[in-house]
Structures are given as C-alpha cells and as structure tokens.
Design a protein around this ligand. Structure first.
Ligand SMILES: CCCCCC/C=C/C(=O)SCCNC(=O)CCNC(=O)[C@H](O)C(C)(C)COP(=O)(O)OP(=O)(O)OC[C@H]1O[C@@H](n2cnc3c(N)ncnc32)[C@H](O)[C@@H]1OP(=O)(O)O
Length: 436
C-alpha cells in the first residue's frame, strides 16, 4: 500500500535523533569543563551523563513508540479493512438473492462514503426518485469517517451473506427450488414469490396439509424481500377446491368435532388472505372450483387463461359460500350475478368472469404464461413500499368487515357440513356417482 509509509522504524530513528541532539547540546555546555579536566576517563559526571542518557533513551522509546506503534497498527488494520472492503464489494456482485432496496441503498451510501467521503453532490429533484433516494441515503451518513464507512460496509455485507447462506440451507442449490413443502412449490425470483399448488393428479384439490402449507407460504412471503406474490396451479387445473376426502377423516369426537375443526381451519386460512400485506396475484391457469374461486375476491389482480372456468357449486354440495364471497362477490358483480354463481352454481367462462369483474384480464392459453410473467416482472420492479401502502389504503377499511364476514360464513358452514345434503354430496362424489 503505497499511501501508507512504513512507520515501524520510526521509534528507533526518533530515539537516535533525540540522543544525538542531547549529546551535541551536552557537549556544547560541557566542552570547556571536559577540556579543562583534560581527560576522557570516566568521571562521576560522565557516569551521570551516561545514566541520564540511557534513562532518557528508554523513556523516549516508550513515549514515542507507543503512539507510533499504535498508529502503525491502526493503519495496518485499516489496510486489512481496505482489502476486506474490496472483497465485500466483489461479494455484493455475487449475491444470488436480491437483498431488497433498503439494504441496497445502505450499501450504496456506505460505498460512496467509504470511497468519496461525505456527500457533496447537489440534491436531485423531487421527481428524480431513484437518485434522490440514493442521495438521501448517502447524505444521512454526514461526516462519518471513510474508514468507519468501509468497516460498516464490510460488516453489512458479511451479515447479508450469512443470512442469505442460511436461507439457502433451507433451499439447497438455488433459490428457485423449494424442498420445504409437500403440496406446493414455492420459488422466489425477480422480486416475485410464486406459490404453485402442486397436486396435479388430484386437480390441485386442497387437502388439510395444503391448507396449512398455503398459510405457511403466505406468512413467509409476507416477510420475504419479494415485492409481489403469485398463486397458481401446476397441471391442467388451477384447483378443484376443497379436497372432499377431507371430510372422511373423522376424529374421536365425531362429525361435530370434525366440523368444528374444519371451521377453525377455514377461518384461519381465509384470514391469511384478508391480512396479506403485499400485492397478491392469481394466475388462473385452468378450471377453478369452490374455495379456489371464492378467495379470488381477496386478491389484488386475477389473470386467467382462456381455458379457465370459475365454478362455485355450493348448493350442489349442500354447502354455503365461503372465502368472504358472500360479501366480495356482491360488491364485485352485484347481487344478481353473484347469486347466479354462489346460489345456483353457474359456471363462468374466463371471458364471463372478466366481464363480471372477478377476473382482471384473460389471455389465450398459448401465450398465457409468457404474457403474464412479462407483466408480473414489470410490476415487481415498482417501489415495493408504495405498492404495499397503496394496497393498505385500498383494503384496510374493509378488513374488519371481511374478518366478520369470514367468521359468519365459517359458522354457517360448520352447521352445513353436518347436514344430510352435504354428507350425501360428499358420499356421492367419493362413490363417483357425481362429477361436477
Ligand atoms: C377444512 C375444510 C374447509 C372446507 C372449505 C370449503 C370449501 C368448499 C369447496 O371448495 S367446494 C368444491 C369442492 N370441489 C369439488 O366438489 C370438486 C370435485 N371434483 C370434481 O368434480 C372432479 O374431480 C373435477 C370436475 C374437478 C375433475 O373431473 P375429471 O376431469 O373427470 O377428473 P377426476 O374426477 O378423474 O379427478 C382426477 C383425480 O382427482 C381427484 N379429485 C379431483 N378433485 C377432487 C376434490 N375436490 N377432492 C378430492 N379429490 C379430487 C379425483 O378423485 C381423481 O382422483 P383418482 O384419480 O380417482 O384417485
């Protein structure tokens, strides 16, 4: 490092210089005295002189060397942190997972402070949002010394790498593959967390495990650094709704206990959608039945393939509406159309669902994936906080109402599940007398 002179020998040089000065000074004063004695034999004076000089030499060595050695050590440490800093800068480029804008701004600010010192750039205009955010982040560091900024940068990158390493232990290899779920595939990429219902052989029917896993995935997605969350289905169906075999696993407390437990689970499940804080988007890749349709009213956008259909055959099943559809569908499509769907079980095509306002847009199945993902990737680049806050503004005043509707629907259903109408419908499906 050419910018740091090697200071290790400074204490020694300094001592010798001091000694030399003292010597010449002493000689000047004592020259005549020494000459007068005409001798250079060791006199008492000479002994005194030697002793005082030795003592001075040692004291000087201590006094001068301590701060100088300290300084040298600090500079060595700074040299190490400069190297660490360069490593950290490279490490950031290799991060597989986007650390999120807040962290990126911190990194930017510390980097600028470490390399250029305090912010001296003119403040960007209010509409230059990105540069203004960067400027603000840098400017808030004030007069933080370059060395401290460098160290803080290194510390931040190291904490970042270890947290990303530990999350990659859950999902080995890349963050595209998840091994943590039995009934779902969950990936996070390009600012989008994608939750895929993954029981294609059962038309993505939602069994008890899948209810729990969806809730877990939503909770994780609400806290991860993605901007938006997408729900879709693997295979030809989006979802065939509640797995009707859920009703066959009767606990020791009998059907009443089963109905009660199911109502608790359903309420919690729908509650997760009501409270989900980020933009939630459904990619309806194929037919959707029952609860997979009703909760669409709680999504922020619904994109559908033209192969998709929307079917809520509650009366056929001796059941009643859930997923807050008794409230949201009425608001979305008005009572007449909502009744047709929720009471008479009218199956809607994607085009019809779009016309009713349940679906945001329909795409030809052949281009569905490509077109929707292009759009979603663009959405995911929007400022995540602004999206979250806008969703809050749009949805929050309804939240209390939605939770009340959810509670009421679940309590009505708890009764319905004990009805002959419902039990017969389930038995019919299981004995294959009926396919919807
Ligand atoms: C904790 C409880 C909360 C309850 C919440 C309340 C929720 C309510 C609802 O969601 S109501 C809607 C319930 N869903 C249905 O009634 C759909 C029933 N399924 C069907 O009608 C048909 O399977 C179909 C129209 C979806 C597809 O028909 P088809 O193309 O002919 O395929 P198969 O019928 O051969 O299905 C293939 C395979 O999947 C199994 N399967 C499909 N859907 C379900 C389901 N909902 N529940 C259980 N199993 C389902 C089907 O049995 C076949 O399995 P097999 O190959 O025979 O092992």
């Amino acid at each position: 490092m050419s910018d740091f002179p090697d200071l290790r020998y400074f204490p020694i040089w300094s001592c010798f210089c001091n000694l030399f000065l003292k010597l010449t000074h002493y000689l000047k004063i004592n020259l005549f005295h020494i000459l007068w004695k005409r001798t250079f034999r060791l006199s008492v004076d000479t002994l005194n002189f030697s002793f005082v000089f030795c003592l001075e030499f040692v004291i000087h060595l201590q006094v001068v060397s301590f701060p100088v050695v300290q300084l040298h050590m600090n500079r060595t440490a700074m040299r190490a942190s400069q190297k660490d800093f360069e490593n950290a800068v490279n490490q950031v480029k290799l991060l597989k997972k986007d650390p999120g804008n807040e962290v990126k701004l911190k990194l930017y600010a510390l980097y600028k402070q470490a390399t250029e010192g305090p912010c001296d750039m003119p403040k960007p205009g209010v509409f230059d949002l990105i540069n203004k955010a960067k400027w603000d982040a840098w400017n808030t560091l004030g007069t933080l010394p370059k060395e401290t900024a460098r160290q803080n940068y290194v510390d931040l990158v190291s904490s970042l790498s270890s947290s990303l390493e530990s999350s990659s232990q859950v999902e080995p290899g890349t963050d595209r593959k998840s091994t943590a779920y039995e009934t779902l595939m969950v990936t996070s990429e390009d600012g989008i967390t994608k939750i895929t219902l993954n029981r294609p052989a059962k038309k993505n029917a939602i069994n008890i495990e899948m209810y729990h896993e969806i809730m877990r995935a939503l909770k994780a997605a609400s806290k991860d650094d993605s901007s938006i969350t997408v729900l879709t289905g693997n295979g030809d169906y989006y979802s065939s709704g509640n797995d009707l075999t859920n009703f066959t696993d009767i606990p020791p407390g009998g059907v009443e206990e089963k109905a009660k437990n199911s109502a608790i689970l359903l309420r919690e499940f729908v509650g997760c959608f009501i409270d989900f804080p980020k933009p939630l988007i459904a990619m309806v890749n194929g037919p959707a039945v029952g609860i997979s349709v009703t909760i669409l009213g709680l999504f922020d956008a619904v994109y559908a393939s033209d192969r998709a259909t929307f079917h809520t055959p509650f009366s056929h099943l001796g059941q009643s509406p859930e997923g807050c559809s008794s409230y949201t569908f009425l608001k979305i499509m008005g009572p007449a159309k909502a009744t047709e769907m929720l009471v008479f079980g009218k199956k809607l095509t994607a085009g019809e669902a779009c016309a009713q306002g349940l679906v945001t847009e329909v795409f030809p199945d052949s281009t569905f994936q490509k077109e929707v993902w292009t759009r979603l990737k663009a959405f995911a680049k929007l400022p995540p906080n602004a999206m979250r806050i806008s969703k809050e503004v749009i949805r929050n005043r309804e939240k209390e109402k939605l939770h009340a509707v959810n509670a009421e629907e679940c309590s009505v259903l708890q009764e319905r599940w004990l009805s002959d109408e419902c039990m017969n419908a389930v038995v019919n499906f299981l004995s294959r007398k009926s396919n919807l």
